[in-house]
Each structure stands twice: as C-alpha cells, then as structure tokens.
Design a protein around this ligand. Structure first.
Ligand SMILES: NC(=O)c1ccc[n+]([C@@H]2O[C@H](COP(=O)([O-])OP(=O)(O)OC[C@H]3O[C@@H](n4cnc5c(N)ncnc54)[C@H](OP(=O)(O)O)[C@@H]3O)[C@@H](O)[C@H]2O)c1
Length: 255
C-alpha cells in the first residue's frame, strides 16, 4: 500500500520540492495552493510525469471550514492519507518598524502560518484515528516553520511570532499524537532561495559566504524537499517532536 501525502502550499517553492521528493519516494501526492490556477495545474503535471497518483487540492488553508471535506476527498481519490506536510506560509505585508506593524499583517500571518497548521493537523489526526490503519505505513505530520520561530527578524516580527506559535503547535501535536503512533516534526528552514526570499536572497548569498551560515551557501528548495521526505518516509525511526534546523548552521551559537 502506498503512502499518501497532502503538502500544503505545494504549487511552488519548498512545498513543490517536498511534493517532488515524496513522489520520487513513491508517495501519492495532493498538491495544494489557495487557487485552482495555472501554477497549481502546472505543479500537478510536473508530479504526474513522475508516474505516481497525484491530484490538485485547491483550498486556502486559512479556511478551516473546508479542511475535513478536502481530507476526505483526497483519501477517496488517492487512498488513505498517511502524511500531512504543513508548508503553506506567507511573509509580512510590509517589512519595517515593529511600531508600524498592522493588525491586518499580524492576523494574516497567524491565520496562515499558525492557526491553519493547528486546525488542519487536528482534522488530519481525527481523520487517521477514525479508522483502522494498515500496519507497515508510517504516519506523520511535518510542519515547515522557520529559523524565525527562534531568531528575531525585527522587521518581520509578526511573521516570527506566527512561526514561534507553529513551533509550539508542533510540540503539542507530538505529545498528543505520540501514543497514536503519529510522528510530528518541525522543520525550521534558514535562508532558502524561493519567491518568498527573492528580494533579499542575493544579499544573503554573499553573507552566507562571509560566514553567516556555517556551510557557505543559501539553501535550495530541493534541500528542504530531501529533509521533509526523509522524515515522512520514517527514515529517522524512534523520533518525534524534533526540531530539524534546516539552516546550514545559521543558528549555532558562537562568539
Ligand atoms: N524561503 C525561505 O527562506 C524560508 C525560510 C523559513 C521558512 N520558510 C517557510 O517555508 C514555507 C514555504 O516557503 P517558500 O519560500 O516556498 O514560499 P513561496 O515560494 O512563497 O511559496 C508559498 C506557497 O504557499 C502557498 N500558499 C500561500 N498562502 C496559502 C494559503 N492561504 N493556502 C494555501 N496555500 C498557500 C503559495 O501558493 P500561491 O503560489 O498561490 O501563492 C505557494 O504555493 C513557508 O511556510 C515559509 O514561511 C521559508
């Protein structure tokens, strides 16, 4: 029997790389983005080319009212879900002084980066616990939070707060779902070259070479995909509740 994953925010960036890595590992994959647009359909076609079952699951993760319906549809189409990758995320509406942060930007970060992670995971867990699960499959939730769950970027403080919340959600889920044999991981990417970081990535490429990260380069989405697939395949057996600092040593304390 196949593993079946929903990867949120997988129309591009880290989420797409995760979907691709999972497909290469033999998973059936549901590709998600907030809209049923050409970007989402293009991502589905690229995964189809890997000859695994795939479907589009267009929904806004912050719309909690549709979660249960979509998880049901995915299981009906691809088979029983085994894996949830909570990757969808947004940055701030405007970088700048903490004293100028708007409620709209705070609420958007919380709704997509934290609240959606909690409630989609809740529905996913209920979905798994409602049925007998076949032996031999690895069940997990992989949350993509950020180095900013730990390290302050003061010009994006509302993003940092939302990622810190998601990191605590990961820990709480690990505690609740451990006895149910569902592993939960928190992947904390550092500086990864995607659309989200496009305006600043060239500056960070140089800073990485200059020593900001221990390994002297920024990350690629494929690096994150490999980490997420490793976790979702159960290749770190006898672990749960772990934070994976996917950051080339960015946050290793030194002086
Ligand atoms: N890049 C980095 O350096 C970095 C570092 C630390 C953490 N992260 C985290 O890694 C995750 C992926 O980041 P990325 O760099 O790959 O970002 P990205 O290139 O901006 O891609 C974000 C993805 O999430 C989707 N998305 C956004 N809002 C959504 C919603 N409400 N419902 C469903 N899907 C939604 C986007 O869909 P559309 O294309 O339709 O907008 C897109 O597929 C995020 O959680 C981010 O915070 C990234």
């Amino acid at each position: 029997m196949r593993q079946v994953a929903l990867v949120t925010g997988s129309s591009r960036g880290i989420g797409f790389a995760a979907a691709e890595a999972l497909a290469r590992a033999g998973f059936a994959v549901a590709i998600n983005g907030p809209a049923d647009d050409e970007e989402l359909r293009g991502a589905v076609r690229r995964i189809e080319a890997l000859h695994v079952p795939v479907m589009a699951a267009p929904f806004d993760v912050s719309d909690t009212g549709v979660h249960a319906d979509w998880l049901g549809r995915i299981s009906e189409t691809l088979g029983p879900l085994t894996t949830l990758v909570n990757n969808a995320g947004v940055g701030v509406l405007q970088r700048g002084d903490l004293l100028d942060v708007t409620e709209a930007s705070w609420d958007r970060c919380q709704a997509i980066n934290a609240r959606a992670v909690f409630f989609l995971s809740q529905v996913f867990a209920r979905h798994l616990l409602a049925k007998e699960r076949p032996a031999g499959l690895f069940h997990s939730i992989v949350n993509v939070t950020s180095s900013n769950a730990v390290a302050v970027a003061v010009a994006r403080s509302e993003y940092c707060a939302s990622k810190a919340a998601a990191a605590m959600v990961s820990k709480a889920l690990a505690v609740r779902l451990g006895p149910e044999n569902i592993a939960v991981y928190d992947v904390q990417p550092g500086l990864i070259a995607t659309d989200m970081t496009a305006p600043v990535i060239e500056m960070y490429r140089q800073r990485a070479v200059d020593g900001l990260t221990l390994l002297p380069r920024v990350g690629e989405p494929a690096d994150m995909g490999a980490i997420i697939a490793t976790l979702a395949c159960g290749k770190l057996p006898y672990t749960t509740g772990q934070v994976i600092s996917a950051d080339a040593g960015l946050l290793v304390p030194r002086f």
